[in-house]
Design a protein around this ligand. Structure first.
Ligand code: NAP
Length: 466
């Protein structure tokens, strides 16, 4: 057996990271930053563009958050980093082929689908998923053929009170002048210019203490020009259970949200020409149909109860109310999807793992050389920065497992691996090509007075970068 050690300068660790979003970049960064390992990193992404949800999820009017891509571009400058865009694992290369060729494969594929409500009428025309709507206004090529016409829409209901729900609500009611200089697509901006939307009703199934949005997000809506944020005082007040729960809660954001919502409830409307009404303690039970499309939603009033665990849970009271709307957006969280040939936990919709080491879903036995990071590892929660600590944990496990082990006697070089990947893509997009796409998008944006003018078709990205 060779005396050369894995992860050494003579035989750097060969790591494939599948996915190109924040968790993928923080994983690469951590591998490069560690003093005890030398690694070649091949990042394999199904789109020609990296940056995942920072590009296609973070709202266009949150450019400060999007600026984190500068950090990712610095990581990509590392001499041991290679980008392979436009390669889909499970289609162009198999998971087993990656596992065979690389010392470690790290899945950082995120959670791209939407969670379902599981109620009648969910698929009626006019019932939209947040994942698709956000992807659409952010230029994700997967959603550009969806019809999100808002011209004949006066009332929208948004189900869920997380940060995605806040992003969508803000986009729906913002003056378009707020969005013009951003990287929102021209198509989305055009639809917003023609929108009829006057009322957005945001529905939470629990109370003011259990909303999931960040205090800054609800405040941003409260501060929008020409928009009234309305909440009934009765709804902003806490029941005894929630009062005790808030008092025992360590997260200061919970108290901040409760205080802010109480303040808004007392202030009342200010005469804005669009309204956002927050309605709490209501669960959607059924989507109402008229003439083949959505006409409203039936809600059941809830009370909070402590069943199992410390979290107050909603319980239906058997009292119902119907809310008319022409569009309903389901913003109840993202959902991870299985990848062919990679273990999957169908109950939690994650890759089953133990601190990042992928395990067999039945036996919980560790599968050597396979790792997971980010939302596909822990579920779709946390802000972009939460992926840093997550990446540190996964890389820590990988280094403990592999670094310092004798290197296998293989004749393949890391260049051979790169060639193999490129040969298997219909048209591989390397870092240079991605940077050409990036530069053209910025240039075209500048010419239009925007930060970026995104390509919304994969073929266009491939054509301009060739
Ligand atoms: P989320 O934070 O998990 O919120 C999901 C919301 O949907 C919750 O209010 C949840 O209520 C509700 N919900 C779930 N199932 C439901 C059902 N069957 N009926 C009614 N309501 C239901 O998810 P998210 O908004 O998609 O955000 C995902 C992650 O991305 C979060 O960590 C978020 O902070 C982050 N993010 C951050 C930003 C930002 O920083 N600006 C922007 C976007 C996203 P319960 O609490 O009762 O389950």
């Amino acid at each position: 057996m060779s005396k050369v050690l894995l992860g050494s300068a003579e035989r750097p660790l060969r790591v494939a990271i599948v996915g190109g979003g924040p968790s993928a970049f923080y994983t690469a960064e951590n591998l490069f930053n560690r003093a005890d390992v030398v690694a070649d990193v091949h990042m394999i992404e199904r789109l020609p563009t990296p940056h995942g949800l920072v590009r296609s999820g973070v709202a266009p009017d949150h450019q400060k958050i999007k600026n984190v891509t500068r950090v990712y571009e610095r990581i990509a400058d590392h001499p041991h980093f290679r980008f392979f865009g436009n390669i889909t694992v499970g289609k162009h290369v198999a998971a087993a082929e990656l596992a065979e060729r690389y010392d470690a494969v790290i899945y950082a594929v995120g959670a791209n689908a939407d969670r379902r409500l599981g109620i009648p009428g969910e698929d009626l025309p006019g019932s939209w998923s947040a994942t698709e709507f956000v992807g659409w206004y952010n230029g994700d090529p997967a959603y550009q053929d969806r019809d999100f016409d808002l011209s004949a829409v006066d009332s929208v209901v948004v189900i869920g009170v997380g940060n995605v729900s806040m992003d969508i609500t803000r986009i729906l009611v913002s003056e378009t002048s707020r969005l013009e200089g951003t990287d929102i697509t021209d198509e989305a901006l055009d639809i917003l210019r023609k929108r009829g939307v006057k009322h957005v009703r945001v529905i939470g199934r629990r109370g003011a203490a259990q909303v999931k949005f960040s205090p800054s997000e609800i405040r941003e809506i409260g501060n929008l020009e020409n928009v009234d944020l309305i909440i009934a005082p009765k709804q902003a007040r806490l029941d005894a259970l929630s009062k005790a729960w808030v008092d025992g809660h360590k997260d200061r954001n919970v108290r901040k949200n409760v205080d802010y919502l109480l303040g808004r409830a007392e202030a009342g409307p200010e005469g804005g020409h669009r309204q956002v009404r927050l309605t709490l303690l209501r669960s959607p039970i059924e989507l109402i149909e008229k003439d083949g499309r959505l006409a409203g939603v039936r809600l059941e009033k809830n009370v909070l109860r402590l069943d199992e665990g410390p979290e107050p849970k909603p319980r239906g009271t058997g009292e119902f109310e119907d809310v008319p709307c022409q569009v309903l957006i389901r913003s109840v969280g993202y959902r991870g999807e299985p990848l062919p040939g990679v273990p999957f936990d169908r109950r939690r919709n994650v890759i089953p793992n133990d601190t990042g080491r992928v395990v067999d879903p039945e036996t919980r036995e560790v599968i050597p050389g396979l790792y997971a990071v980010g939302w596909i590892k822990r579920g779709p929660t946390g802000l972009v920065g939460a992926n840093k600590a997550d990446a540190i944990e996964t890389v820590g496990a990988l280094v403990e497992d592999l670094v310092g082990r004798p290197a296998p006697d293989d004749s393949t070089t890391v260049e051979d691996l790169a060639d193999w990947l490129a040969e298997n893509s219909p048209d591989v997009v390397n870092l240079e090509r991605w940077r050409r796409i990036d530069a053209i998008e910025r240039e075209q944006g500048e010419a239009r007075g925007k930060v970026r003018h995104k390509f919304i078709r994969v073929q266009d990205m491939l054509d301009v970068s060739r």
